[in-house]
Design a protein around this ligand. Structure first.
Ligand SMILES: Nc1ncnc2c1ncn2[C@@H]1O[C@H](COP(=O)(O)OP(=O)(O)OP(=O)(O)O)[C@@H](O)[C@H]1O
Ligand SMILES: [Mg+2]
Length: 210
């Protein structure tokens, strides 16, 4: 059976990752593909337990500790959900993946990027995404959207604008460094126009008629 494809959605707070993940999954299913929708941190039973642990301790984690915890959760997510799905020809669409660790713990919080590279080589190895869609919008816009959801702000949402600007710079740097894997998507338009840009990128890069 053909090997499936891994597509990840990345970007800062409120850029629209979760909404666009759902829209893309719908489009791929309509095209007849068997799709697994997943997320990080989490995406498998043990990794979801790690997510709860991360959230339960709020802002207490040191940045390196947090990167290690994300790496552990990702290792479980890959083993329990992503790799088995891909091996049976299913497509996997993940709301966040390893670029989030680079952007948040690396660019945002100062963990050396070389350390994060080492972790990624251990955990992700040759399982890098086939395509990463980087949703790019001014942090002020993303934060306003996130606040508009009417949920309690998470601890990253309350960090200063300079932090959110570093996240954006980080994602843009990753996209520039790995253009064959990444597509930067202008996420400043309405949900429908961003969804159309996401579908166009998937169509162009992976040849699926959506
Ligand atoms: N293009 C858009 N235009 C206007 N509002 C949007 C757009 N995309 C998403 N939203 C709204 O903004 C809010 C945040 O979107 P969403 O939850 O998808 O972002 P996210 O990137 O997953 O955020 P987080 O990083 O906090 O998980 C939601 O209320 C969503 O409905
Ligand atoms: Mg989300």
């Amino acid at each position: 059976m053909a090997h499936g494809r891994l597509i990840t959605l990345e970007g800062g707070e409120g850029t629209g990752k979760s909404v666009q993940r759902d829209r893309l999954v719908d489009a791929l299913r309509k095209a007849g593909l068997d799709v697994v929708a997943t997320r990080e941190p989490g995406g498998s039973p043990s990794a979801e337990a790690v997510r709860d642990l991360l959230l339960a301790h709020g802002g207490d984690w040191r940045p390196l500790s947090e990167a290690l915890i994300h790496a552990a959760a990702r290792s479980q997510h890959l083993a329990e959900t992503v790799r088995p799905a891909l091996a049976t020809g299913r497509w996997v669409v993940s709301d966040r993946f390893s670029d989030s660790t680079r952007a948040y713990q690396g660019w945002g919080q100062g963990v050396p990027l070389e350390t994060l590279d080492q972790l990624e080589r251990m955990v992700v190895a040759d399982g890098k995404p086939d395509l990463t869609l980087m949703l790019d919008v001014a942090p002020e816009v993303g934060l306003a959207r996130a606040h508009g959801r009417g949920q309690a702000a998470d601890r990253y949402e309350t960090m200063d604008l300079a932090f959110h600007q570093r996240l954006r710079d980080g994602y843009r740097a990753i996209a520039a460094a790995e253009p064959e894997r990444c597509v930067l998507i202008d996420a400043g338009g309405d949900v429908d126009s961003v969804a159309a840009a996401v579908r166009a990128a998937v169509r162009d890069r992976l040849g699926v008629p959506i």
